[in-house]
Design a protein around this ligand. Structure first.
Ligand code: GTP
Ligand code: MG
Ligand code: ZN
Length: 151
C-alpha cells in the first residue's frame, strides 16, 4: 500500500514466468496492481473478525508483464496433505523411499519406532533434517485426521 519494497519485487520480474501464490488476503492482487496498474485486478477486503481474505481472485490467470508473464492466483485458506494414510504420506517423500526397506517394523511411521531405517539415514546426514521435520508435521496432521475419523 505504501509502495515500500515494491521495487525489490519488480526487480525479480523480467523475461520469465512467475506466479504470485499465498493465502487469501495477503495482497497478491494488490501488489500486482501496484506494479502494473493497467492490470486492474479485483481486490477484496479482509474479514475483520478472522483477518482472513475472502477469496477475491477465483481463478489463475497469466498476464504479459515486462517481457515475461506473471500469474495472479486464488489464495488458499490452508495448505494440507490430502492423502488418507500415513503409508501414503511417506510415499510423497522420495528421499525416504530408499531407507524404508531397512525399518524393523511394518508399518513404520519413522517417528518413534526403534530400528527405523529413515531415522538411521537422518542420523547419518543423508536425509535433510528440514525435510524430515516437514514429514513429521504432516504425519501429525494425518494422524489427527485418522484419529478424528474413529472417534
Ligand atoms: N495494510 C495493508 N493492506 C494491504 C496491503 N496489500 C493489500 N492490502 C489489503 O488487503 C486486502 C486483500 O488484498 P488482495 O490483493 O485482494 O489479496 P489477495 O492476496 O489477492 O487475496 P485473494 O485474491 O483472495 O487470494 C485488501 O483490502 C487490500 O487493500 C498492504 O501492503 N498493507
Ligand atoms: Mg487476489
Ligand atoms: Zn521407519
Amino acid at each position: 500500500m505504501t509502495g515500500d519494497g515494491v521495487d525489490k519485487v519488480e526487480d525479480l520480474l523480467g523475461g520469465g514466468i512467475y506466479a504470485f501464490v499465498g493465502r487469501s488476503g495477503v495482497g497478491k492482487s494488490s501488489l500486482l496492481n501496484r506494479i502494473e496498474p493497467d492490470l486492474n485486478l479485483k481486490v477484496g477486503r479482509v474479514m475483520e473478525k478472522t483477518g482472513r481474505g475472502r477469496h477475491t481472485t477465483t481463478y489463475s490467470q497469466l498476464f504479459p508483464l515486462r517481457g515475461g508473464y506473471v500469474a495472479d492466483t486464488p489464495g488458499m485458506q490452508t495448505f494440507g496433505y490430502p492423502g488418507t494414510s500415513t503409508e501414503e504420506l511417506a510415499d510423497c517423500f522420495p528421499e525416504l523411499r530408499d531407507y524404508r526397506a531397512a525399518c524393523r517394523f511394518r508399518p513404520c511411521t519413522h517417528s518413534h519406532e526403534p530400528g527405523c531405517g529413515v531415522k538411521e539415514a537422518l542420523e547419518k546426514g543423508v536425509i535433510a533434517p528440514s525435510r524430515y521435520q516437514s514429514y513429521l508435521s504432516m504425519l501429525a496432521e494425518v494422524q489427527a485426521r485418522e484419529k478424528s475419523r474413529y472417534d
